[in-house]
Design a protein around this ligand. Structure first.
Ligand code: UD1
Length: 422
């Protein structure tokens, strides 16, 4: 298994291009199942999760071609001849559950294994299922598989999610595009990836209003057609690389970065003493003083501070002046990076969903183990600020969500290399 070696680097300077969003692409790709005509996605990120989604869609009968070195995904669901999403593929990635709504809408039936994904909590699917049942689907769980059917088609309904789940909003929104009549999703998720999906579905002929607000209205249509759509910028990759100069010093420009994608995060960086300015090409980031100030962070659904940046923010807080409290409100088990950061000399106490971090002058390099996607990159960030060498093991998690991670960090002067494992 490969690992990544990071050497304490000193200031970072230069530019980092930000890719299209993994989480947007993973919901845009299954949207192909809603139409017989081709869907072309540009600005796609080159990640192993995208390959997993490709494999899943191909297993259903879709054609997926990766063009321009993976930055264009050309999809066609002209012949969908299978409605079973197999455990062997689904267990690799939770986002596989996003084929459920589109398959049901297109074929009137779907059998989808309960997903796996990052081990960051229970992550049930009850909200997806309640929403699809409200649209008239009958769903039962047999042998680890969800068996869903809607023999007379789906019917629009008004529903309210008990929590603004991203995946549930996406699954229900996709299913509702082909339902008869009007669907209203109240307490819908407002993440930029939802807006991106709505934009793409609209290009495909869907009637959707309110994406990006808590109430989304979808007027069902008989059929959707083909479209070409650029994937929105990855706000989590953006936030991650914004932390590099905050931790290591220097000044880095994030190409394609947008403030509207990442407002709550930028507010916290500002409080911590990090300057973020808009440029023509994106965002420029640099630390105001020598030392970061401790700030408290609570993760929330968008537009709040994203849970997917909590681990990376913790890495920054490890060397801040003072004590910060990180409150994780989205996933109950998302501090698995804390014991690894402690091995690097961080002072962190975790009690349930709270972590208290007392900044130290300098972290020390150590061999560490990546436990999930965002945890892995937080260890690389910590390694940039550490004295000596940090060896991050199990980097396959990183390959799921960060394209060309070594090239992007080393492009701004970080001393980082990938070491091939057996
Ligand atoms: C998506 C993102 C993930 C991000 C998360 C929260 C993708 C592919 N992944 O995941 O990177 O961390 O949003 O921003 O887009 N829940 C339920 N029942 C459900 C569904 C969710 O209780 O039916 C709970 C989950 O256990 C979790 C919370 O709701 O505690 C948030 O989950 P959700 O917003 O659905 O996240 P995902 O769509 O899985």
């Amino acid at each position: 298994m490969d690992s990544i070696l990071v050497k304490g680097s000193g200031p970072l300077n230069g530019q980092i291009p930000i890719a299209g969003a993994k989480n947007a692409c993973l919901t845009l790709m299954p949207a192909t199942l809603l139409s017989e005509e081709p869907l072309t996605l540009t600005n796609a990120p080159r990640l192993s999760d995208i390959k997993t989604m490709t494999e899943l869609l191909q297993s259903l009968g879709a054609e997926v071609s990766s063009l321009q070195d993976g930055q264009v995904q050309a999809l066609s669901s002209h012949n969908i001849d299978n409605h079973v999403a197999d455990y062997d593929i689904v267990r690799k990635m939770r986002a596989s559950n996003l084929v459920l709504g589109p398959l049901l809408a297109r074929l009137g039936q779907a059998v989808v294994s309960l997903p796996g994904g990052c081990a960051i909590g229970a992550r049930p699917m009850d909200l997806h299922l309640h929403g699809l049942e409200a649209l008239g689907a009958e769903i039962e769980l047999k042998d680890g598989y969800l068996h869903a059917k809607a023999p007379r088609g789906l019917k629009g309904a008004v529903m309210e999610l008990s929590f603004a789940s991203v995946g549930a909003t996406e699954n229900i929104m996709m299913a509702a595009t082909l339902a008869k009549g009007t669907t209203v999703i109240k307490n819908a998720a407002r993440e930029p990836e939802i807006v991106d999906l709505a934009d793409c579905l609209t290009k495909m002929g869907a009637h959707i209003e309110g994406a990006g607000t808590s109430a989304i209205t979808i007027e069902g249509v008989d059929r959707l057609h083909g479209a070409t759509h650029p994937v929105v910028t990855d706000r989590i990759e953006l936030g991650t690389y914004m932390l590099a100069p905050a931790i290591a010093g220097g000044e880095v420009e994030l190409l394609g970065g947008r403030l509207d994608l990442i407002g709550a995060f930028v507010e916290k960086l500002d409080e911590a003493g990090v300057e973020v300015t808009e440029t023509e090409a994106g965002l420029r980031v640099k630390r105001r003083g020598d030392r970061i100030k401790a700030v408290d962070v609570t993760t929330e659904p968008f537009p709040g501070f994203p849970t997917d940046l909590q681990a990376q923010m913790m890495a920054l807080m490890c060397t801040a002046q003072g004590t910060s409290v990180l409150d994780e409100k989205i996933f109950e088990n998302r501090f698995m990076h804390a014991p690894e950061l402690i091995r690097m000399g961080a002072q962190i106490e975790v009690h349930g969903g709270h972590a208290t971090v007392t900044g130290v002058d300098r972290l020390k390099g150590a061999p560490v183990m990546a436990t999930d996607l965002r945890a892995s990159v937080s260890l690389i960030l910590a390694g940039l600020a550490a004295e000596g060498e940090t060896l991050v093991n199990r980097v396959y998690h990183l390959d799921r969500g960060y394209e060309q991670v070594v090239r992007k960090f080393s492009g701004v002067g970080a001393q980082i290399e990938r070491i091939k494992g057996g």
